[in-house]
Ligand binder design. Structure first.
Ligand code: NAP
Length: 251
């Protein structure tokens, strides 16, 4: 019997974890797809394609031409466009789809979170008075904070923010997780940060900033997720593997 063809839409720790577990399986031929946002992505243990598909029609073409049987949307919970495209393309191409999406974080006692629906609201939530802001939102939407130039910014991202923020006081750190609480606490204290802006990405690799903010009593402006497309979804690599195995050998 031929192999089952799986396309994983990646760009996350979970996609990497799934790739590691599927690599070498004799019954599966899997490919992982990256958008190409990161200039130097770590190698993955599966054949990797890089770059957009050319919209939803392009993704439908890819699914059809490559005889994909199962599409796994393991993109970041804030990658709304590709997830919407994946849900619709899978339906139109008649391909099974599964979303692997890590759960969001919940506030616990001691947290001072201001929850907002989008990044523009996060900019507004900082208020009129100058503050010292730590931005941990990735580089793509950092430019929106030019609308609040009264604040001082420390921006951390994996790749450089380009063009730089149009504000008078902004510094940049290039780093990728995992981060630890001691390091995050020191970073916030050394830079006299008084508010953190982050997306509710979930996962353990970048949770330390929230624990550090709690310990220091700092406000967190938390950008919440949009409602995801209504496809079957799991939160862990193990659960995704269970479903893939059920799908390969239906009872
Ligand atoms: P997005 O806004 O949802 O997608 C924009 C376009 O990028 C898509 O329409 C698609 O282009 C292309 N694309 C996105 N993910 C792709 C993938 N895995 N393979 C091939 N093409 C992809 O996405 P985004 O928020 O810019 O995220 C881009 C990538 O970075 C994703 O892989 C995501 O998992 C990862 N990431 C995102 C965030 C975040 O906060 N958004 C954080 C960490 C990692 P076409 O329409 O041409 O197909």
């Amino acid at each position: 019997m031929g192999k089952h063809h799986i396309l994983i839409l990646g760009g996350t720790t979970e996609a990497r974890g799934l790739a590691e577990r599927l690599a070498g399986r004799p019954d599966i031929a899997a490919v992982i797809s990256l958008a190409g946002r990161t200039s130097d992505p770590k190698p993955l243990p599966l054949p990797t394609r890089i770059g957009g598909f050319g919209g939803m029609d392009g993704l439908i073409d890819y699914l059809t031409k490559e005889n994909i049987d199962l599409l796994v949307d393991a993109t970041h919970p804030f990658a709304n466009q590709i997830s919407a495209n994946a849900a619709t393309a899978a339906e139109r191409a008649g391909v099974s789809i599964l979303a692997l999406r890590r759960p969001g974080w919940d506030a616990v006692d001691g947290d001072r979170w201001t929850r907002v629906d989008d990044m523009d609201s996060a900019v507004t939530a900082l208020g009129a008075q100058p503050r010292r802001v730590f931005l941990a939102i990735g580089r793509q939407e950092a430019g929106l904070f030019a609308a609040a130039p009264q604040h001082s910014y420390l921006v951390r991202s994996v790749d450089p923010v380009d063009p730089p923020l149009e504000v008078t006081d902004c510094r940049y750190i290039l780093a990728s997780g995992p981060f630890n609480v001691a390091g995050e606490t020191k970073l916030f204290a050394d830079n006299a940060i008084d508010v953190i802006v982050t997306k509710n990405s979930g996962g353990s690799a970048t949770y330390a900033k929230l624990a550090a903010a709690r310990a220091l009593g700092l406000e967190v402006v938390m950008v919440e997720r949009r409602k995801p497309p209504g496809v079957r979804a799991v939160g862990t690599v193990d659960a995704a593997l269970d479903l893939i195995d059920q799908w390969l050998s239906p009872a």
